[in-house]
Design a protein around this ligand. Structure first.
Ligand code: LLP
Length: 404
């Protein structure tokens, strides 16, 4: 994404043209940004040669999954729907891992039938159920066991998952108990230790602590895991206050870890692959001025993009036509939904704006469209994929007729 003569472009297509063709609100992705994020991820971890399984929950557009698959990336899924979609996108079942605390019997059977790489189980009851199903099918199933390492990821509390009191994974004690119980099972093959301590993590330090815990648990278990699945979670730079994640350090602590444990590393990145590869394009419907605030009322709302309302997440808003006339006054960028929390950003200055102007909300590729809803009976926006000079609709705008 770049400005040419003060006009915003996604790759080689002007955003003004995209809006003219597809309207607002619209999600607009850059294919080459997604590809370069994957290439960078692979480059940063080249020395440990991990298996990358894209976290489908962060973005489940099938055209995007197909592109990601072409780059040799697998999938981390958390439901039958995501598993079906990944297979439909052509992702090899031997590159698919299935996470989640509440897999139903139907989902487990489906995953077993599809011969996926790993079912990452999160409770004793789930593991008992997998064993029971495997016995009936007379099969030996590859599973991972998720450890709750009791680590504070120092991220937003609402998206942290590795504390003792979070619902995810097994405590060290229960983890060790399961290994003992099932290590010689005829129907379960414990292949993997998995963890995931949270999302939008901007420092390598929580990961360093996590690896120490894993290392100690492996030693106590006296068991060899073919895979160590480190989950996702690497943060991206949403604004100037966000620290840039130190990939070099993370890679080197994993390398050190691997000198003691000979396992293949799996990563489940979502945000770091797709987060900064999309804009949400929107139009100013009205500007309502009070003494203190200019309310900029947009045609995009919290139903289109939930992160600010749900987590207080801060996403930059930029103009698609830059001008230099800055107004120093509080601006609140809000949507039309009847909730005070339907607000994208508060900012103390912005360039002069008129009703009808178009703006872009940045870094909405991860947990954007997937979290959209029909709240207030609003239709969901389309998704547009830009590849150099080409633009293609990869999901059509929902029609009112189909939701009424
Ligand atoms: N693996 C597991 C088991 C996960 O639970 C998640 C995310 C990921 C991988 C991918 O994490 P990532 O690399 O994208 O950080 N809706 C929230 C984020 C929820 C994350 C849920 N789990 C948000 O918008 O910030």
């Amino acid at each position: 994404m770049n400005y040419r003569n003060n006009n915003l472009y996604v790759e080689n297509v002007s955003v003004q043209k995209i809006i003219k063709k597809f309207g607002t609100p619209s999600y607009c992705y850059s294919l080459n940004k997604i590809k370069s994020n994957i290439r960078n991820y692979k480059k940063n971890f080249r020395s440990i040669n991990p298996l990358l399984c894209f976290a489908v929950k962060s973005n489940s557009n099938i055209q995007i999954l197909k592109e990601i698959k072409k780059m040799g990336v697998g999938a981390d899924v958390v439901s039958k729907g995501e598993l079906l979609l990944s297979l439909k996108a052509g992702i090899n079942s031997k590159k698919i891992v299935f996470s989640g605390v509440g897999k139903s019997q139907d989902e487990i059977k489906f995953a077993i039938n599809k011969n996926i790489l790993l079912i990452n189980a999160e409770s004793e009851s789930e593991i008992d159920l997998i064993e029971k199903i495997a016995k009936v099918k007379n099969k030996k199933i590859n599973i991972g066991i998720r450890l709750n390492p009791n680590i504070d990821s120092k991220s937003i509390r609402k998206i942290s998952t590795g504390n003792r009191d979070d619902k995810f994974g097994l405590t060290e004690k229960n983890f060790l108990k399961i290994i003992k119980k099932y290590k010689s099972s005829n129907n379960l093959n414990i292949k993997c230790l998995s963890v995931h301590i949270g999302s939008q993590i901007t420092s390598y330090k929580p990961y360093e602590k996590m690896l120490k815990v894993i290392s100690s648990v492996i030693k106590k278990s006296n068991y060899n895991f073919d895979f160590i699945d480190l989950g996702g979670g690497i943060g991206i730079k949403y604004n100037n206050d966000t620290k840039i994640f130190n990939y070099y350090k993370y890679n080197s602590i994993i390398k050190k870890f691997l000198t003691d444990h000979k396992s293949k590393i799996i990563f489940e990145p979502g945000r770091s692959i797709i987060g900064d590869a999309a804009l949400l394009l929107t139009k100013v419907i009205y500007i309502k001025k009070t003494n203190k605030i200019n309310f900029v009322i947009l045609d995009a709302a919290m139903n289109d993009f939930m992160r600010p309302a749900l987590y207080g997440a801060v996403h930059k808003i930029i103009s698609i036509n830059k001008n230099k006339k800055i107004i120093k006054k509080n601006h609140e960028f809000v949507g039309p939904i009847c909730e005070t929390t339907d607000k994208f950003l508060s900012i103390s200055k912005f360039q002069t704006l008129n009703e009808g102007d178009c703006l872009a909300i940045c870094d909405v590729g991860a947990y954007g469209m997937v979290l959209s809803s029909n709240y207030n009976l609003r239709t969901k926006p389309p998704e547009i994929l830009i590849n150099n000079s080409l633009s293609k609709v990869i999901k059509k705008r929902q029609k009112l007729i189909n939701i009424i």
